[in-house]
Design a protein. Structure first.
Length: 450
């Protein structure tokens, strides 16, 4: 499907489309955003669903601890640290003449164990859920068992009868592939042209079958879906529509709440929390935002960040066309260095369910992502992949907005003074040294050029 009216018609009724088409960094604060008590009703999932996902991850912790030695310290719980960014905040303040207000933090999902990106939440959760369903039905597991027994030859022989497939720009494939293969499943990852070579190499080293496509993410997903449909023993992980992926991401919120309490960071109506989430197809940021709204209600404000060349969720929600429009339909090419965000058509499920819960959307150009990548490393010593920097300019967007957004929500100066700005750092620790050095070199060149 595509736009039924010509693009210039759409630009008349939706003037920001012209900015998106011109690839200008753009922001939009959604005036239809609603109180969470009301808008959470749009989501066909509940707090109980998230609680069950959290309990399932607890049940699997003994298996994960046994199978992945890097999770020993956390006893098999896959979680990332919450880190302050004082030096980067000072640099952003000086560059953008920001008021001395609020504090900037990083949710360092780049450091998540096993696959080094936010996909270690949703992707791994979905594999575990499927494994549990099969193991309970097949008599391999009984309720109340110690799941460490799943790290055994018997369990791997059981799961080897089944396969798991997924289409991915890279990180989802890594998460699904590594966990599937470790449990014993046959795993196939359909990789889009944007996927980095090292991600394919790493998956093959884990015994995962990697199919490569010269086309974008949507094509890789469609091919994967088709092949999986022909095989009743194959589970296809549907990144665009999966409720389980979404729930795996949502568990992040209760974990973040605990970390905020530990760090003495208040979140309530007087201490607003702004969270800036890089968005590809939308499942990751959508699931996290859903969890955050359940935990923090109207005290949390979520913004989605996309590359100027791939603003699929922005376009879908702004026009109300959701997955019926792709960036190609308006002449945008979906070519970006932010490979984790190189998605042309958003999840219709996430766009529709979350449209009254997400405060705003903005785009970032690739040069800025590289520049921030170098600044993050210079200021704080953290190394993130390009996609994972998209959240950093969010604070500037909020503090500089002139669309009546803060006024509408009563986010006055006193509240902004006490605000917490949280950048979701979605990936990077698995990037090979040489590749990271090349990213840093590019970032330094952009920095030097201004
Ligand atoms: C996948 C990914 C995202 C966005 O998640 P979606 O579910 O595709 O919206 C953001 N950053 C990185 C590094 C990713 O790999």
């Amino acid at each position: 499907m595509s736009l039924e009216r010509p693009v210039h018609d759409w630009c008349q009724s939706h003037p920001l489309i012209a900015d998106l088409v011109a690839l200008r960094p753009t922001s939009w604060f959604n005036p239809r955003c609603a109180p969470s008590a009301e808008a959470l009703g749009d989501v066909p999932l509940t707090a109980q669903d998230v609680r069950e996902a959290s309990e399932r991850l607890q049940r699997f912790a003994p298996f994960i601890q046994s199978a992945f030695s890097e999770t020993t310290a956390s006893a098999g719980i896959i979680e990332s640290p919450l880190l302050p960014l004082p030096a980067l905040q000072a640099v952003l303040r000086a560059e953008h003449q920001l008021p001395e207000a609020g504090a900037l933090w990083l949710k360092a999902d780049n450091l998540l164990p096993i696959s080094g990106s936010i996909k270690a939440r949703g992707g791994i959760y979905e594999v575990l859920k499927h494994a549990e369903d099969l193991a309970l039905a097949g008599g391999l597991l009984q309720p109340g068992d110690d799941y460490a027994k799943l790290d055994s030859e018997a369990a791997r022989a059981f799961f080897a009868q089944y396969s798991i497939a997924v289409g991915s720009t890279g990180n989802l494939g890594l998460s699904i592939g590594i966990m599937s293969a470790r449990l014993g499943f046959k795993a196939t990852v359909h990789m889009s042209a944007d996927a980095r070579q090292w991600k394919k190499d790493r998956l093959r080293a884990h015994g995962v079958e990697v199919r490569e496509y010269s086309a974008d993410y949507s094509v890789a997903v469609e091919q994967g879906r088709k092949e999986a449909e022909a095989d009743p023993r194959c589970h296809f992980v549907d990144d665009e529509n999966s409720r389980n992926l979404f729930l795996g991401y949502a568990v992040a919120a209760e974990r973040l709440q605990r970390q905020m309490i530990e760090q003495g960071v208040a979140v309530d109506a007087e201490h607003p929390l702004f969270v800036y989430l890089p968005c590809g197809v939308g499942g990751g940021p959508g699931g996290v935002a859903f969890g955050l709204k359940l935990v923090f209600g109207d005290a949390v404000h979520c913004l989605f960040a996309e590359p100027t060349h791939s603003p699929c969720m922005f376009l879908g929600v702004y026009t109300g066309l959701h997955d019926e429009v792709s960036v190609y339909d308006v002449g945008i090419d979906n070519q970006t260095a932010a490979d984790g965000l190189a998605v042309g058509r958003p999840s219709g499920f996430v766009g529709r369910a979350m449209q009254r819960l997400i405060d705003g959307y903005y785009t970032v150009d690739d040069a800025t992502l590289y520049r921030l990548l170098a600044q993050m490393q210079a200021c704080e010593g953290y190394e993130l992949e390009p996609s994972a920097l998209a959240g950093v300019p969010g604070m500037v967007q909020v503090l500089h907005e002139t669309q009546g957004y803060r006024q509408r929500l009563g986010l006055d100066e006193a509240r902004m003074q006490r605000a917490t700005h949280l950048v979701w750092g979605t990936g990077g620790s698995m990037v090979p040294r040489a590749e990271m050095d090349a990213y840093l070199a590019k970032g330094r060149i952009v920095l030097a050029g201004q």
